[in-house]
Design a protein around this ligand. Structure first.
Ligand code: C5P
Length: 232
C-alpha cells in the first residue's frame, strides 16, 4: 500500500456519516470508523460503507486475553475491513493470537497495527498510574519493536515519531499518524501536530485526519488539499 489520507469519520449516527460521505462524488476516501459510530450503529455500518467502495480502518483498539481477542478479530476479519488495531500493552501473546484470528481460511487478512502509548498519556501519568519509569519515547519504540516481532504490520503513532519507528522497525513497518492540521488551522485538542506536508517529510505512511476535513466548510476541498500535500 502506498501513502494515503484516512478520514476519521467521528460521527454518532449512520445518517451523519452518510450525509458526509455523499458529498464525495469523484473519489472514495479511506474511512476510519471509531468506537462511537461502531457502538451506535453496529457492524452493519461497516458493511454498508464498505459496499459503497470505501476502504476501512476499524479503530476499536482491542485489549483482552489472547483467546478473546483472537475470536473478536475473527469477527472483524469477516467484515472485510482493511486495517484494524489493538493495544500493544496486551503483550506479544495477545498480538500473535489476534493475527491468528484475523487470518482467513484463504490466508488473507486485514492489516493489523498497534497503539503504543496513547497520545493522551504523558510521562507523569505513565509513571504514576502504570509504574513505567522509562522515558515515554523509549516505551513507544519498545512497544513498536514488540509489535514488529509479533508479526504486526505497523503502529499508530505521532508523525513526530514516524521516522524513528521506521529506523528501528524497518521502512516497511507502517506508521499511521493522527495529529494532522493545516498550517493555518485550528489545533483543537491535539497538542503536537504536523501539516500533511510535514507528515509526509517525516515518513508517515498514512495520515488520519478528522476535524480539518469533517468540520471544514468544504470537506471535499479540504480532503483534496490533504491528498495534494501528502500523497501527490
Ligand atoms: O479530528 P482529528 O483530526 O483530531 O481526529 C484524529 C482522529 O485520530 C480521531 O479519531 C482520534 O480519536 C484519533 N486518534 C488520535 N490520537 C491517537 C489515536 C487516535 O487523535 N493517539
Amino acid at each position: 500500500m502506498g501513502k494515503d489520507v484516512i478520514v476519521a469519520c467521528d460521527f454518532s449516527s449512520a445518517q451523519a456519516v452518510y450525509g458526509f460521505l455523499d458529498r464525495f462524488t469523484g473519489e472514495k476516501p479511506f474511512v476510519k470508523i471509531g468506537m462511537e459510530l461502531f457502538y451506535a450503529e453496529g457492524p452493519d455500518i461497516v458493511r454498508q460503507i464498505k459496499r459503497q467502495g470505501h476502504r476501512i480502518f476499524l479503530d476499536l483498539k482491542l485489549h483482552d486475553i489472547p483467546n478473546t481477542v483472537k475470536k473478536a478479530m475473527g469477527v472483524l476479519s469477516a467484515l472485510d475491513v482493511d486495517i484494524c488495531n489493538l493495544h500493544a500493552a496486551g503483550t506479544a501473546p495477545m498480538m500473535e493470537a489476534a493475527l491468528e484470528g484475523l487470518t482467513r481460511p484463504d490466508g488473507t487478512r486485514p492489516l493489523l497495527i498497534a497503539v503504543t502509548q496513547l497520545t493522551s498519556t504523558d510521562q507523569q501519568a505513565m509513571e504514576r498510574d502504570l509504574l513505567i519509569r522509562e522515558p515515554l519515547d523509549r516505551v513507544v519504540m519498545h512497544y513498536a519493536q514488540t509489535a514488529r516481532r509479533a508479526g504486526l504490520d505497523g503502529v499508530v503513532c505521532s508523525p513526530l515519531e514516524a521516522g524513528k519507528v521506521h529506523e528501528i522497525c524497518g521502512a516497511d513497518f507502517l506508521t499511521v499518524t493522527p495529529g494532522v492540521r493545516f498550517a493555518e488551522g485550528d489545533r483543537g485538542d491535539q497538542k503536537r501536530v504536523m501539516t500533511p506536508a510535514q507528515a509526509r517529510a517525516a515518513g508517515s505512511d498514512y495520515i488520519v485526519v478528522g476535524r480539518p476535513i469533517t468540520a471544514a466548510e468544504d470537506p471535499v476541498a479540504a480532503y483534496r488539499r490533504c491528498v495534494a500535500e501528502f500523497v501527490d
